[in-house]
Design a protein around this ligand. Structure first.
Ligand SMILES: Cc1cn([C@H]2C[C@H](O)[C@@H](COP(=O)(O)OP(=O)(O)O[C@H]3O[C@H](C)C(=O)[C@H](O)[C@H]3O)O2)c(=O)[nH]c1=O
Length: 187
């Protein structure tokens, strides 16, 4: 399992090893000891499995506010997504900046998104399945969002805006500048 840091502190790109043979493959997709040794501070309590049937589905940008903020370890087991994490920690030197990582059944990569980030992804193919572990339970009252197309974030989703498919909720998320501050950077 290879784990590398990214341009924004706290984010990790995890690439588990696939052991292939004539039957297929075996892969340890999560190891608590390896993840912790790389700085992943996580106690996962819930697994999510999501199917998006069409290319161009954007889910996000979402986060849960404290006391139910979630860290997320995200992977794509069918198709391909562009996974995006936006630093929303007030006072962070990278506040409002993002990392975008292509996660796919092919590259087998995972993105660790700690609390303090808004998270979202776009499907790059039809029939994408995303599985992710989270460090706190679903708390609808703490569910918040940022507009996927906030011009201040300048996210290149790689899919024409005319092809983007959104939930009704995500059609009316606020821009970051208009959203209540939920996280403060602790250096
Ligand atoms: C998040 C969640 C949702 N639900 C139910 C609530 C709705 O009936 C249905 C769809 O929920 P929603 O439209 O919020 O799903 P997404 O748009 O995929 O939301 C996710 O999008 C981005 C990628 C995230 O990072 C979050 O994990 C999450 O906000 O699943 C649950 O039962 N449990 C849950 O943990």
């Amino acid at each position: 399992m290879n784990i590398e840091t990214l341009s924004i502190s706290g984010l990790l790109l995890v690439t588990p090893k696939k052991h292939g043979d004539q039957r297929g493959f075996f892969s340890e997709t999560f190891r608590a000891d390896v993840f912790a040794a790389a700085g992943g501070d996580a106690n996962f309590v819930q697994d999510n499995h999501v199917l998006s049937t069409q290319r161009g589905v954007v889910r996000g940008l979402h986060f849960q506010t404290p006391p139910h903020a979630q860290g997320k370890l995200v992977r794509c087991t069918r198709g391909a997504i562009l996974d995006v994490a936006v630093d929303i920690r007030v006072g962070s030197p990278t506040y409002g900046q993002h990392v975008a990582a292509e996660l796919s059944a092919e590259n087998w990569r995972q993105l660790w998104v700690p609390p303090g980030f808004a998270h979202g992804y776009v499907t790059l193919e039809d029939n994408c399945e995303v599985i992710y572990k989270v460090t706190d339970y679903y708390a609808p009252d703490c569910d918040r969002g940022i507009a996927w197309d906030d011009p201040a974030l300048a996210i290149d989703w790689r899919i024409p805006a005319s092809d983007i498919i959104l939930s009704d909720k995500d059609k009316k998320q606020p821009r970051l500048q208009d959203a209540a501050a939920a996280f403060h950077f602790a250096s």
